[in-house]
Design a binder for this molecule. Sequence first.
Ligand SMILES: [Fe+2]
Ligand SMILES: [Fe+2]
Length: 203
Amino acid sequence: MENLTLQLNRSTFGSPENKGKVLSKEKALALLDDWVKNEKLKVHMKQVAHLMKSYALFKEYDEATQHRWYLAGLLHDADWDQWPEQHCRKIIEELEAREIDPEIIRAIASHGPRYFGVDPETEMDKMLYAFDELSGFVHAYSLMRPEGYLGMEVKGVKKRLKDKTFAAQVSREDIRDAAERANISQEELIQFVIDNQLNADLA
Ligand SMILES: [Fe+2]
Ligand SMILES: [Fe+2]
């Protein structure tokens, strides 16, 4: 994905007037069904959405906030399936046209600072970046374990991270960088993913 054409070359997203405006869960899932045909990619977005919502709950944020976090996770890769060369410009423009809360749009715009050229600033930005690659990595690990998530340990995940041939497409550098920017240890993040990802609603 290291492609300079993905650089967004902008630093503001959405309009402050739209603060608090969201898509319902149903509408967001409908957008996903419409845009994303790749089932694995859909699973990825639902897992990240669940982690985001779980984290907002863990921080004891209110339900409206939890839903905003959920939406950022659910839609962050919505355009990747059909328009990879426009990732994540297309979903940003769609959410701007639908007058969605700028906080959500900004988080999506900063989920890959190396690719999009937008630094994660808010807590939502940083956590989306932190969960994105790690979620897929832990999921890949669960698929190769006979017991899935059951009994999974942080040290097992860390061992796989050191094995460059395992899930080779997952950027270890992004995982390290994201944890550092979120100011949360990799161990803590991995434990959170192990504890919560299992319960993601993939329907
Ligand atoms: Fe992405
Ligand atoms: Fe992603």
